[in-house]
Design a protein around this ligand. Structure first.
Ligand SMILES: [Zn+2]
Length: 67
């Protein structure tokens, strides 16, 4: 007797920050501008939240300076 296991092979992407494998369907795109142009990184939910917090802080700091 032969047992077969059919497994759906899903290609995952790796989070740029913590290196965890993320399902591309739920991965977050983190876009940022550098001197070389626009870069897009893939990240997991937790790191996307972290990046959002940092971006928010930068945005707030900019607004403070503008006033
Ligand atoms: Zn991560």
């Amino acid at each position: 007797m032969f047992g077969w296991t059919i497994k759906k092979v899903k290609k995952t992407v790796q989070c740029f920050n913590c290196g965890v494998d993320v399902d591309p369907e739920i991965a977050f795109n983190v876009k940022f501008n550098t001197a070389e142009g626009l870069h897009t990184l893939k990240s997991c939910q937790a790191c996307a939240d972290e990046v959002n917090e940092v971006l928010k802080a930068i945005e707030e700091a900019r607004n403070d300076n503008a006033m």
